[in-house]
Ligand binder design. Structure first.
Ligand code: GCB
Ligand code: CA
Length: 842
């Protein structure tokens, strides 16, 4: 048998440095030095198992970093094993030792030295095991964890628009405590829970429930002392309570004290106290725990949301927890940065959709000041089983206990669009079962935390679906996509008004609204689902203005702050939901600056940049709109030595019309706040693609321009304008063999001729994609220049396959004496088809 001796210097250092008596709790990560293997491995839990061939990984880790984004359908949902030696120092002998997992998706079985400590179900909440009785101090211990992210009909989420990355994707900790300690095994909650049942100007009642566990062999007289510590580190209130705790028992010790002149917590002034809890046993300090405390009161009714007794409309956004190259396995710094970016956008609210998130997120929302709606991952559909309902309820209890003390949390979310995907055929009693589950979760949330309202989110079609679900939680969240999935964005506000009029007592919350965009896609006439950045910008400007005009709304939240991974998505970027105000890599989209301009008090001046590469078919048609997102008192634009008149921006935006010149157009915006000015600069490149141009590109069949990675603009096809006919079509499917999906997704089917080519030498690049046929022989066509067949008997299904990009370059010469030669398409089977064309003069 081969022992791998890997020490944990940090842990040893910490423990050795502490005196053996009076030692309090120590927590140290065990993220480094794991071995990992995919799939089942018989005996992998036993210490003797040989894992040296396994890959070495550090946590946080997921095995779906790559396959959740490639174009092969699906991603690996299966088993992964993690193993790690754990060498314990003499200094921790006699102490209680725990392994604390912040999260593993989605079922984790934890073993120490071959002993099965237990199983945790659910991918988004923390769990902990007491390992004391299974570890050795004389030899290295072996921790083994089997993680499984397979679909399980009894575990939410069953189906959702995000990727269920597998793995131990959050921190793992080793915790060492004295035998008498605050309970760690209370659904992985902190064991100390603080309430403020009464708050006045003069005083706040601070009530603390501490769970004290005695893991020692004899009963002890425990003393629990709580101190309220202010933000400056000064104790401002304290209380002590004695309690006898029998051996092996856990007692709940309730203490109450008064905090004089409490300072309130709010997003604007997130004043944070802490409660420092000491547990003494037999006169000695045994354990110390610290939890956050914010003094604030929250409520919601038909008039909206209230913070500390005053109306307080929540204006915010949603967040998913993944990042390019990391999947869900984000180090804490990424979580903190995301929260900072939400705060910087000007929001006061964040919905953690669709699951409980990392402790680093909640710490940051407390500290930076964001009100939070946190929810369990109960999305789209349910299984009518008791196990499913139990798992959902346990997730809710875990979330509430684990995050109970965070003042930033103001709403507990029960479910999201739970009737979006009804099973077909719908089993008898399905709607009743969903309703009963909602009621069961509502009751559990009430029982666990009567101080916070609950919420649930429904889709547009669920608002009035008669199931009763939308009436269960205290706050009705609605995910509304007027001007994206349905209706027009102008109909958004009137819909809310009619709902409010019909239910004036209901707290209403727009829990999602959003539109997808792609910085490579631009439209002069933007429409829903073209993914142009112009449509998304129009959508957001209209939607936010309508929300802000309706103070009866308890709140609103953009879907989403960041583009995020959703493996099944086939928009214009594979496996990405593109509705972020920021791109997946956290680069802000232009529209993020609209929010900043409108919501922050900071001076904001931002020239739009996503549309830097533009083109025109005729130099006469070079007058282009250029937007500036700003909250300046006035803004002017400089271009080509000319300064425009000053505009007063309306609602965060100023729109200039600029006569661009061919080539580079340096543009400068000058914003003025009183007498102070700021500038922003951008260079817009204008390519003229008239018939004499050396390079022209057409996004055949598309109503939008596409900019490729080299900056070449494939101009929209004039014949793709709705109503123009000519077989222009667009599919919403991923395109294999390219990243330029929007260039291939649109096409003209039944194309017969392109414009004629005057004398000259050309390189023509044809971009093709077969949208329909799997089988060869269904669509066969040739391309001619004049009489010359340049591409013969092209069969896209045979040459490339369905939904696959195929490009062919051809060189042709039209002789000097010749009349212009037409480019024609002739089919022997089916209809000729074309997605894009580049004409380069040689
Ligand atoms: C929703 C869902 C969310 C989706 C979003 C979308 O209503 O709640 O999970 O990602 O719509 O983009 O379709
Ligand atoms: Ca973490």
């Amino acid at each position: 048998m081969r022992h791998l001796r890997v020490h944990i210097p940090l842990l040893l250092g910490l423990l050795v440095a502490l005196p053996v008596t009076g030692q309090t709790r120590v927590r140290v990560t065990v993220n480094d030095g794991w071995r990992f293997a995919e799939g089942e491995h018989a005996g992998a839990e036993t210490p003797a198992f040989a894992d040296s061939a396994w890959r070495r990984v550090d946590l946080p880790h997921t095995w779906n970093v790559e396959d959740a984004f490639d174009k092969a359908p699906g991603y690996r949902r299966g088993v992964g094993w993690y193993r790690r030696p754990l060498v314990l120092d003499e200094a921790v002998r006699g102490r209680r030792l725990f392994l604390y997992f912040e999260g593993a998706n989605q079922v984790a079985d934890v073993f120490v030295n071959g002993h099965h400590l237990g199983q945790h179900i659910g991918g988004y909440t923390a769990f902990v095991f007491d390992v004391t009785d299974y570890v050795s101090f004389d030899a290295p211990n072996v921790v083994a964890v089997r993680v499984d992210n397979r679909h399980d009909p009894d575990i939410p989420p069953l189906d959702a628009d995000f990727t269920f990355y597998g793995g131990i994707y959050r921190d793992v900790w080793l915790v060492a405590t004295a035998p008498v300690h605050a309970d760690l095994l209370d659904h992985a909650g902190p064991g100390v829970y603080v309430d403020t049942p009464e708050i006045t100007e003069q005083a706040a009642t601070v009530r603390v429930r501490a769970r004290v566990t005695n893991d020692g062999p004899e009963a002890v007289d425990a003393l629990v002392r709580h101190r309220v510590i202010d933000a400056e580190g000064q104790p401002v209130a304290s209380v002590e309570t004695g309690q006898r705790v029998a051996a092996g028992a856990t007692e709940i010790v309730i203490s109450e004290t008064t905090l004089p002149n409490p300072r309130r917590w709010s997003p604007e002034a997130p004043y944070l106290y802490h409660v420092l809890t000491e547990v003494h046993a037999g006169g000695e300090l045994a354990d110390v725990v610290t939890v956050p405390l914010g003094i604030r009161a929250v409520a919601a009714d038909g008039g909206g949301f209230y913070l500390n007794g005053a109306p307080y409309p929540l204006v915010g956004t949603n967040r998913h927890q993944d990042f390019p190259g990391l999947g869900s396995a984000l180090p804490d710094g990424h979580h903190r940065r995301d929260v900072q970016l939400v705060k910087d956008t000007g929001f006061n609210f964040l919905r953690l959709a669709h699951y409980p998130q990392d402790p680093a997120v909640l710490e940051a929302t407390d500290r930076l000041g964001l009100a939070v709606w946190e929810e369990i991952p109960l999305v789209n559909t349910i299984t009518m089983s008791e196990a499913f309902a139990e798992n959902a309820e346990r997730m809710l209890v875990e979330m509430i206990r684990q995050h109970y003390n965070h003042p930033s949390v103001v709403l507990w979310g029960l479910m999201n669009e739970i009737l979006l995907r009804k099973p077909r055929p719908m089993p008898e009693g399905y709607l009743e079962a969903v309703h009963a589950l909602a009621e069961r979760l509502q009751a559990a949330a009430r029982r666990e935390d009567p101080s916070r309202p609950t919420a649930l989110a429904v889709s547009y079609h669920e608002v009035y679906d008669g199931s009763g679900v939308s009436g269960v939680a205290d706050v009705l969240g609605m995910n509304l996509y007027f001007g994206w999935y349905y209706e027009r964005f102008e109909d958004f506000g009137p819909f809310l008004d009619s709902l409010h009029a019909a239910h004036p007592e209901r707290p209403l919350f727009v829990s999602e609204y959003g539109a997808g965009s792609d910085e490579r896609v631009h439209a002069r006439r933007p429409v829903a689902f073209d993914f142009s950045s112009e449509h998304a910008q129009n959508y957001h400007r209209s939607s936010l203005a309508q929300i802000r005009a309706r103070p009866y709304l308890a709140g609103s939240a953009v879907w989403n702050q960041f583009d995020f991974g959703s493996a099944h998505r086939q928009d214009t970027k594979n496996a990405i939901n593109q509705k972020g105000l920021y791109f997946f890599d956290r680069t802000p989209k232009d529209i993020a600056f609209y929010y900043r301009a409108v919501l922050t008090g900071e001076p904001v001046l931002h020239l739009e940049r996503e549309h830097r590469h533009r083109a025109t078919r005729s130099p006469e048609d070079a007058v282009h709109p250029v937007l500036v997102y700003t909250n300046a008192d006035g803004v002017a634009l400089r271009h080509g030595g000319v300064t425009s008149g000053e505009q007063v921006p309306a609602g965060g935006v100023a729109r200039f019309v600029v006569p661009l010149v061919p080539g580079a157009n340096p543009i400068e915006a000058v914003g003025r706040w009183g007498t102070e000015t700021r500038t922003d600069r951008v260079v817009i490149d204008l390519a003229v693609q008239d018939s004499a141009a050396a390079l022209r590109a057409v996004n055949v069949g598309a109503a939008y321009d596409f900019v490729d990675p080299t900056g070449l603009v494939y101009l929209a096809d004039p014949r793709a304008i709705p109503g123009a006919g000519g077989g222009a079509r667009r599919i919403h499917h991923r395109i294999y063999g390219t990243d330029d999906d929007p260039r291939f997704q649109a096409f003209r089917e039944g194309i017969d001729a392109l414009e004629a080519l005057p004398p000259g030498a050309y390189e023509l690049t044809f971009g093709f994609m077969e949208p329909t046929h799997e089988a060869a022989g269904m669509r066969v066509f040739s391309v001619f220049v004049g009489d010359i067949p340049v591409l013969s008997d092209l069969d896209l299904a045979a040459a490339a396959g369905r939904w696959t990009a195929l490009e062919r370059k051809v060189h042709v010469v039209v002789p000097p004496s010749s009349a212009p030669l037409p480019v024609t398409f002739r089919a022997t089977h089916g209809l000729p088809i074309l997605s894009s064309l580049v004409i380069r003069r040689l």
